[in-house]
Design a protein around this ligand. Structure first.
Ligand code: PXL
Length: 262
C-alpha cells in the first residue's frame, strides 16, 4: 500500500482540509496521514474561528512521520502564516529524497475567508512553489500571485507559463467558468492539457480544491504519471461534485465516496 501525507488545516465538518484529504486518499486505496497546521470552527454555512498550531509542533508532526514511515506523496493545503510556511518549507528541504509534493496554494475558500497572514501569499510562492511537482491554484489565487486580471483561455495559458517561473514543475489552473464552460488548464512546461466541461449547476462544491489536489496526490502515490494523475483527478472531482451530499444548509461538500454508492 502507498502512503500519503496531507499537511493542512482541519475543517471539522469534513468537507475541506485534512479530513477531506484523508477521505480522498482512502477512496483511492492509499494509506492516509495528516499533519495539522491549523484548526478551524466551521460548518457548511461559514467559518467561525481558526487557531494556528505552534510551528514547532507542526515540524515535529512531519519529522515524526518521516523518521518512521515511507511517504510516497505529500499534499500541502492551508499554511496560514509566514512562520508556518517557512518552517514547513525548511522541514521538507531537509528531507532526503523528498517525495512528490502537490501544493494547493489556498488563499481563500468558498465557505468564507480562511484567515491568512498578509504576506503569507508571497511566502507560499517563494518558499513552497520550488518544492512542488504541481500547484493547483484557482483563478483568484493565480490573479493574486501574478497581480493582474486574467481573462480568456489565451491569457490563462500565458499565466500557467508565468507560474512555472516561480519554480514549480507544473501547474493545474482551475479557471472556473470561461465562456459558459468550466475550464481547467494543466501545463508541465511542454504541453497544455485542456479540461473543458459543461457547468454542473450546484453550490455543493465545498472542498473541491482540497479534494482535487489530494486526488492528484493519490494518483501519483499509486504510480501514475503526472499527466495521468491530473486527468484521473479531474474526472474524480467532476463525479464527486455531480454526486454531492447535502448535509447542511450552506455550501455542501463534494461526495468523496461516490464510487461506493454511499
Ligand atoms: O477549501 C479551502 C480550505 C482548505 N483547508 C481548510 C478549509 C478550507 C475551506 O473551508 O477549511 C481547513
Amino acid at each position: 500500500m502507498k502512503n500519503a501525507l496531507s499537511i493542512a488545516g482541519v475543517d471539522p465538518s469534513g468537507g475541506a482540509g485534512v479530513l477531506a484529504d484523508i477521505k480522498v486518499f482512502i477512496a483511492h486505496g492509499v494509506y492516509a496521514m495528516g499533519a495539522i497546521t491549523a484548526v478551524t470552527a466551521q460548518n457548511t454555512k461559514g467559518i467561525f474561528g481558526m487557531q494556528l498550531v505552534d510551528t514547532k509542533l507542526i515540524e515535529d508532526q512531519i519529522k515524526a512521520i518521516f523518521d518512521d514511515i515511507r511517504v510516497d506523496v505529500i499534499k500541502i493545503g492551508v499554511v496560514p502564516s509566514v512562520e508556518i510556511i517557512k518552517s514547513v518549507a525548511k522541514t521538507l528541504r531537509e528531507i532526503k529524497n523528498l517525495p512528490p509534493v502537490v501544493l494547493d496554494p489556498v488563499m481563500s475558500c468558498k465557505n468564507g475567508d480562511i484567515w491568512l497572514e498578509g504576506t503569507a501569499k508571497d511566502a507560499i510562492v517563494e518558499e513552497l512553489f520550488p518544492l512542488a511537482s504541481v500547484i493547483t491554484p484557482n483563478i483568484f489565487e493565480a490573479r493574486e500571485i501574478l497581480k493582474r486580471e486574467l481573462k480568456g483561455e489565451g491569457e490563462l495559458k500565458e499565466a500557467c507559463k508565468e507560474l512555472l517561473k516561480f519554480g514549480t514543475k507544473s501547474v493545474y489552473l482551475k479557471c472556473g467558468e470561461i465562456e459558459g464552460k468550466s475550464l481547467d488548464i494543466f501545463y508541465d512546461g511542454k504541453e497544455y492539457e485542456i479540461f473543458s466541461d459543461e457547468r454542473i449547476k450546484t453550490t455543493a462544491t465545498h472542498g473541491s480544491g482540497c479534494s482535487l489536489s489530494s486526488a492528484i496526490a493519490s494518483n501519483l502515490a499509486n504510480g501514475h504519471s503526472l499527466k495521468e494523475s491530473v486527468k484521473n483527478a479531474h474526472d474524480y472531482i467532476f463525479n464527486a461534485i455531480k454526486n454531492a451530499v447535502i448535509i447542511g444548509g450552506g455550501q455542501n461538500p463534494v461526495n468523496h465516496f461516490y464510487k461506493f454508492k454511499v
